[in-house]
Design a binder for this molecule. Structure first.
Ligand SMILES: Cc1cc2nc3c(=O)[nH]c(=O)nc-3n(C[C@H](O)[C@H](O)[C@H](O)COP(=O)(O)OP(=O)(O)OC[C@H]3O[C@@H](n4cnc5c(N)ncnc54)[C@H](O)[C@@H]3O)c2cc1C
Ligand SMILES: NC(=O)c1ccc[n+]([C@@H]2O[C@H](COP(=O)([O-])OP(=O)(O)OC[C@H]3O[C@@H](n4cnc5c(N)ncnc54)[C@H](O)[C@@H]3O)[C@@H](O)[C@H]2O)c1
Length: 470
């Protein structure tokens, strides 16, 4: 029997953050991992997808160099070599998440699938772990749609896509969320024919106007985007797959990528033995991330059902660390930004315009600023997109950005919303010229422009003061 203060199940983004913090603060920590150290983000998620996107961006820059007066070249793509870049990127980051590093920090790492044997006991790799507190950090897996024929048809998910060595001739992407959109555009730019099939609206969670910009860009780059399109069934067809659509059309592709959402990975845990309640979206927890039915148990990251992002998992780790190590209260509540790494990028923090309108009605003011009015974006010849600020009484309640490096720009707004800063704080700040960050300042400034300019009272005051000045 191994005894510990804290037993963490899952060595992904959330579990590793928590293990590193807890052991360095003096707790006895056991970390249980059934598959690869680093979890989804490192091995099958953020890291490989962003490495592929960067290769695709380089190809796109070459192909569109004409905008800078350089002869555009359509690059010869060595898909296997691109996947080597993806593998090298994972390998470069992996040592930070490795068993050796965590053992060096003092964590007891057990490689095996964890399964509860009671309210305070977990079994893994033939060992029993009794801990004061357990943290479920088991992440999520691809959710497969109930699509007739899928079982008999070869298909890819994010868990197998990055192992391909030859470029698909025609990639069918089922699902137009962040995974589908990012992987569709990356493949398109690497010379692959892409058809994206989405049953609803592409990027359905995002601001409709900005999401439409992404759809338009994908189409302009050559993708076939079939939104509001239901797939009826799928079947193998020679070396590839045939998708039957509800409208009677059939699409033939060489590969099918299923990107229709994620389901939390809780099956292996035998939660009932520990009396831990869960739903389809995750372990049932309060804002303190503590199980509502077993107070020894917490859940973080995708398993907590409160947003599926690496930075959310890291944030959750901090919330639990405070409670289980120091016995202090802590609750989630910070605004969690999200970014889809399409080009242009689509970033969001707080409420979208429809959400803000529903919550704040007539008190809502929506301010815009276009990247076409930004000098740096002009120099980069990347002027597509805009920032939208949802403002209530001088403070932003939500920010949506579609444009170059939107993911870098949204960080400032996560701070503005999290610290409840007024727009005047940003409008009064001096930002370097020429930077993309000026779109944020100009949008904030737009809140004050009507109050300062075209204002008869201000004009009267200025005229009076001017008469008095020597
Ligand atoms: C293609 C793709 C791209 C993504 N891109 C981004 C991005 O750009 N930015 C972003 O913020 N997020 C991104 N995400 C989401 C991000 O990967 C997840 O939100 C994040 O990995 C969640 O971390 P986690 O710690 O909850 O789970 P994971 O990182 O999934 O780790 C869970 C770990 O638990 C292990 N495990 C499961 N069950 C057990 C068990 N019973 N016993 C022992 N071990 C177990 C698993 O093997 C796994 O290693 C992406 C996801 C995908 C699929
Ligand atoms: N850049 C990032 O931060 C990033 C990137 C990738 C993934 N992620 C995380 O992973 C999560 C999962 O991503 P995802 O894109 O798989 O899921 P998602 O749930 O965000 O999107 C899935 C899409 O598939 C569609 N769909 C579902 N069933 C379908 C069917 N049968 N036919 C056609 N379309 C169908 C849905 O309408 C939806 O638009 C994201 O929500 C996000 O939290 C984040």
């Amino acid at each position: 029997m191994i005894r510990a203060d804290l037993c963490i199940i899952g060595a992904g983004a959330g579990g590793l953050s928590l293990a590193a913090g807890a052991t360095q603060m003096g707790a006895r920590v056991v970390l249980v991992e059934g598959a690869e150290m680093g979890g989804d983000c490192l091995n099958h998620g953020c890291v490989p997808s962003k490495a592929l996107i960067e290769a695709a961006r380089a190809a796109h820059t070459m192909a569109t160099a004409g905008r800078f007066g350089l002869a555009p070249v359509r690059p010869v793509v060595d898909y296997a070599a691109v996947m080597d870049h993806v593998a090298r990127t994972i390998a470069a980051i992996a040592p930070m998440d490795s068993q050796e590093r965590f053992e060096g920090l003092g964590v007891h790492v057990i490689r095996g699938w964890g399964r509860f044997a009671g309210p305070d006991t977990l079994e893994a790799a033939g060992q029993q772990i009794r801990a004061r507190r357990f943290v479920i950090a088991t992440g999520s897996r691809p959710a497969l749609p109930p699509l007739p024929g899928l079982d008999e048809t070869p298909y890819l998910t994010n868990e197998t896509l990055f192992s391909l060595r030859a470029a698909p001739a025609h990639l069918l992407v089922l699902g137009g969320g962040p995974i589908g959109v990012e992987m569709a555009q990356a493949h398109l730019r690497l010379g692959v024919a892409v058809t994206l099939i989405e049953s609803g609206r592409l990027m359905g969670r995002e601001d409709p106007e900005l999401a439409a910009q992404i759809t338009a860009t994908l189409r302009a780059e050559g993708a076939t985007v079939l939104d509001q399109t239901a797939a009826l069934r799928v079947e193998p067809a020679g070396e590839g797959v045939r998708l039957h659509l509800a409208d009677g059309r059939q699409i033939l592709g060489s590969h099918l990528l299923v990107a229709t959402g994620r389901r939390v990975a809780l099956e292996a845990l035998n939660l009932s033995a520990a009396g831990v309640e869960a739903s389809a979206t995750g372990v049932r927890v309060g804002d303190d991330l503590r199980s509502v039915s077993n107070r020894r148990v917490y859940a973080i990251g995708d398993a907590a059902g409160r947003g599926q992002f690496t930075h959310a998992a890291g944030y959750h780790a901090g919330i639990v660390l405070r409670q289980v190590l120091l016995g202090l209260p802590a609750r989630i509540g910070a605004p969690i930004p999200r970014v889809t790494y399409s080009d242009p990028e689509l970033a969001q923090v707080g409420l979208t315009e429809p959400e803000a309108r529903a919550a704040h009605g007539d008190r809502l003011q929506v301010l815009h600023w276009g990247f076409d009015h930004n000098d740096r974006a002009q120099a980069m010849a990347e002027t597509t997109g805009r920032i939208k600020l949802m403002v209530v009484r001088g403070r932003a309640v939500g920010v949506s950005i579609c444009g170059p490096h939107a993911g870098e720009l949204i960080g400032l707004w996560a701070l503005m919303l999290g610290a409840r800063l007024r727009l005047s704080a940003l409008a009064g700040a001096v930002l370097p010229y020429p930077t993309l960050s000026e779109v944020s300042k100009r949008a904030a400034g737009a809140y004050f422009s009507p109050k300062l300019f075209d204002n008869p009272v201000i004009r009267l005051v200025v005229r009076s003061v001017q008469r008095l000045l020597p």
